[in-house]
Write a protein that binds this ligand. Structure first.
Ligand code: F6R
Length: 608
């Protein structure tokens, strides 16, 4: 989510690092910082806000003699975006500095241990804990930074990409990663590190992709890769990439939308980070501990976020036994809703800036109801206006059509259900732990499935390229996904599509069915299958063509069965949603539409 760049070479490092950060700007910002060793001093310069704020600070300083350094742009996942939380962070002796992308899940325990040893902290971050832990390990390794880093990582749990520098070794950087991107650029007399290739693309196209658990030691003239745990050397190959800057920003994908769809396994992992007790597999949401479990919940949102809310209704009612109403924000704000004081409003918004959702929050607050904001953008207006905030932790979403943000909203809503279900006593510890551990296996299942889902989506897109209208059907929690499938198709391919609850079809839309009006159904192996199947038989009786997202072994005979891996109950959504998104994507791309910036749409809707 954050941008990272490291440099060891022969050029002035600070301007190069800042320029690299500028190329990572498309990822979003709330603060930025650099560090470098100059005249025997380890300097850290940071600023809140856009990169220009950091540049202004640096403009008044003499920073040109350092030839190695590192920089970071923060896109906060939690914790307020202020200068003291910006990276790099120094250890309390000031001899080490770290930049870190990710979350150290056990940082509280480590912080308590270090505090007991006299360590003082200046920020709220887990990253500052980590650099102090490395400093502590340095005492035991006789000043060997790499061994200290390895020892410290052995105690840190979570996901991270890290770059470390030491005042005692001004021309060296150490870096490592687990479940967070980090790539090395190999130049002549200079070497680079970056969270993404654009960070160093003007200087080299020779890259080394670092794998989880690998550690690199970098100088201007050398780079060596080791296993982070044993420090055994690892042989790596240098790959030459041919991407231009735009392709590099998209990670080699043709569009941001496709990149974001493929990021969803990571999005699920990131949403869980720090929120699952490793010992008990129970959900922790400390940001909501002070709020009593709602007696009634009003979910307020727009568009895709509204669909996520509707999906949440099925879960919250079934598992946490909380009565839920889901409201389109633009309707809610102008109704005269009956809002009892025992209720709570949950506002869902990726951008955190949607005007109608914001107005819904203001209405709820004026009636004395507490508001929880489920937002992706930290520090956004809705996050600031809400009494409690739960961040969906999806990272910056650049494509106008929302994809990975919805995945993160579903994951957060599932966590919220389990969290309230346990607090209310409607769910047992075992049933929660069961769903959590299955949720933890989903990213890998999805990762493996995505390439073939994409191939099927393309096949279908070619087949239906001339179709002008689609009906999307689903029942239960698959109904909101049917709505979302239809919305995605409309907004990026401009093909008309209707999402319907499968059981409602016979009350009207069935009149539309003919050989030219295909139905896209969600017919999975769940309690709704027999009913959905009989709805599809009604479609077939009218010569309607059917695509069905389904599971292997089900007794369903349709023209285009599209098989998904099996998942328990609500977890199937994390596989169904990417398939729907990929279908819309491949349709739009095949038809030559502007996928990332569809006509008439904006990423955040701050007008009525
Ligand atoms: C659809 C889409 C929109 C948004 C809606 C709400 O792909 O992006 O429907 O979901 O404008 O936006 P947020 O979630 O930012 O409040």
């Amino acid at each position: 989510m954050c941008g990272i760049i490291g440099y060891c070479g022969h050029r002035p490092a600070v301007p190069l690092v800042v320029e690299g950060l500028r190329r990572l700007e498309y990822r979003g910002y709330d603060s930025a910082g650099v560090s470098f060793v100059q005249a025997g001093q380890l300097s850290v310069i940071r600023a809140e806000g856009k990169l220009s704020a950091l540049e202004q600070k640096l403009a008044t300083m003499h920073v040109f003699s350092a030839t190695s350094g590192m920089g970071h742009t923060r896109w906060a996942t939690h914790g307020v975006p202020v200068e003291r939380n910006a990276h790099p962070h120094r250890d309390h002796s000031g001899r080490l500095a770290i930049i870190h992308n990710g979350i150290i899940e056990n940082y509280e325990a480590l912080k308590a241990e270090l505090t007991a040893k006299g360590c003082e902290f200046r920020s709220d971050t887990d990253s500052e804990v980590l650099v102090n832990l490395i400093a502590e390990c340095l005492k035991a390794t006789g000043g060997d930074v790499m061994q200290a880093l390895s020892k410290a990582l052995g105690r840190a749990e979570g996901a991270y990409a890290i770059v470390l520098m030491s005042v005692d070794h001004p021309g060296t950087l150490w870096a490592t990663r687990v479940a967070s991107p980090l790539v090395m650029g190999v130049g002549t007399g200079e070497n680079f590190l970056g969270s993404d290739i654009p960070a160093f693309l003007p200087y080299t196209r020779d890259v080394v992709f670092l794998e989880d658990g690998e550690l690199v030691r970098l100088t201007a003239s050398s780079w060596e890769v080791f296993r982070a745990d044993t420090l055994e050397p690892v042989a790596k190959t240098v790959s030459r990439i041919n991407w231009d800057v735009q392709a590099a920003e998209k990670g080699g994908y043709k569009h941001f939308m496709l990149k974001e769809i493929f990021e969803q396994p990571k999005v699920i992992r990131d949403c869980l980070l720090g929120r699952i007790d490793p010992a008990t597999s129970q959900v922790r949401l400390p940001e909501l501990d002070a709020l009593p479990v709602p007696e009634r919940l009003h979910i307020v949102a727009c568009g895709t976020s509204f669909h996520a809310g509707l999906w949440g209704l099925y879960l919250l009612e079934k598992y946490a036994k909380i009565p839920v109403q889901v409201e389109i924000a633009s309707e809610f704000r102008y109704r005269e809703p009956i809002l009892d004081k025992s209720g709570v409003v949950l506002a869902i918004s990726q951008s955190g800036e949607t005007m109608d959702t914001m107005a819904g929050i203001k209405l709820a607050k004026s009636r004395g109801l507490p508001v929880i904001g489920l937002c992706n953008v930290v520090g956004s207006s809705i996050a600031r206006e809400s009494d409690y905030v739960l961040y969906s932790q999806a990272g910056p979403e650049i494509s106008v059509a929302s994809t990975k943000a919805m995945c993160s909203q579903l994951a957060a809503l599932l966590l919220l259900t389990l969290y309230w279900g346990r607090r209310k006593g409607t769910m047992s510890e075992d049933s929660c732990a069961g769903l959590v551990s299955e949720l933890q296996t989903l990213p890998k299942i999805l990762e493996d499935a995505l390439p073939s889902l994409r191939a099927s989506a393309l096949r279908l897109a070619k087949h239906f390229a001339e179709t002008t209208s689609f009906l999307f059907l689903g029942r239960g929690p698959n109904f909101p996904l049917a709505l979302e499938g239809a919305l995605k198709l409309k907004e990026i391919s401009y093909i008309h599509a209707e999402g319907y609850a499968a059981g409602e079809m016979k009350h009207g839309p069935i009149a539309l069915i003919d050989p030219h009006f295909p139905t896209f159904a969600i017919a999975l192996d769940d309690e709704f299958f027999p009913k959905v199947k009989s709805n599809l038989v009604e479609v077939q009786a009218r010569a309607g063509e059917i695509v069905a997202l389904t599971n292997e072994g089900l007794d369903l005979h349709v023209e285009h069965p599209w098989l998904l891996p099996r998942a328990t109950g609500p977890l199937a959504a994390f596989l169904t949603l990417p398939a729907l998104q990929l279908f819309a994507y491949e349709m739009a791309d095949y038809l030559g539409k502007d996928v990332d910036q569809p006509r008439n749409l904006a990423k955040s809707v701050t007008v009525e």
